[in-house]
Design a protein around this ligand. Sequence first.
Ligand code: PHE
Length: 349
Amino acid sequence: MPSPNLRTFQNTIDAYKTKLAEQSAQIQDPKALDELRHQFLSRKRGYVTILLEELKTFAPEEKPTAGQLVNALKNEIQERLEALEARLKAPAKPKREIDLTLPGEKRYRGVPHPIRLFQREIEDIFLSMGFSVEDGPEIETDYYNFEALNFPPHHPARDDWDTLYITDKLLLRTHTSPVQIRVMEKQKPPIRIVLPGKVFRRDVPDPTHLPMFFQLEGLVVDEGITFAHLKGTLEFFLKRLFGDKIKIRFRPSFFPFTEPSAEVDIECLACGAKDPECRICGGTGWKEILGSGMVDPQVFKNVNIDPEKYSGWAFGLGIDRTAMFAYGISDMRYFFENDLRFIRQFDLK
Ligand code: PHE
């Protein structure tokens, strides 16, 4: 058992250690360092000198222990003082001069992809007409992608929509139309929605085709809906997008899930309908941007909506293709080459 004297001695030494640590953290210049050295090591009144004096008060058997404690403290003080000295001697970091006349470093903020920007512009127009925006899966079942939309198995219309199959019954959706079914299964009329998303087809890339592209589906179902509503809404939409002067034409077409059906073309904005060799419109002066039609009664039956009571219309718009015209781009493939010089031009807002 150490004597009370030795214990007090140990506590005093611990207190000095703490003091040393606290004070050395504050040392910024050689003068303060000298003061610290003096305070701890001065021959006359330094803490170590005082402790050495006190050694005399210990009984002979405790003296060596007490002596070791003082020595350990002394070593610690010396090490610390040396380290502080070295730190103060190290060359000061050069002050960074700031030249206010230099141009600033411009950092590039990310922007939404042009297709995304354009999709939002389209959504805004439909939102302003009271539509809401919905979503659906990119991997679809055969039932939603085809069967519920009135494409029976082996129907030749399926050939136009060839895609990647994951299993016999699962595929990458070929259009956004399956989301019509998903919405009508859950929601009863009145329905007024748009559904944007990625679609996939076995298409060879060229200036106006890509194997993956974006569509925006529209669907309106209510009592008394007619083809006039379809025509009026799409005309209004396209004029908001391209300006009042845009030329639009409705062309009879076929889709298994609409009857009657129409494709909608706009004048070719790439050549202004003037170039007989135009790579975009093939010299016709027109370019198809969407398919549309009155919802086929069979589709309503598939989702338990009474076709005697309700009618509706739908459309599917190619977002990339329409964006190509809106932005005056000659090739849709630019959108997905990820060349930042191209992408960065669209930070419009
Ligand atoms: N889903 C059709 C397509 O991808 C477009 C379409 C949608 C046609 C809705 C009519 C109604 O070509």
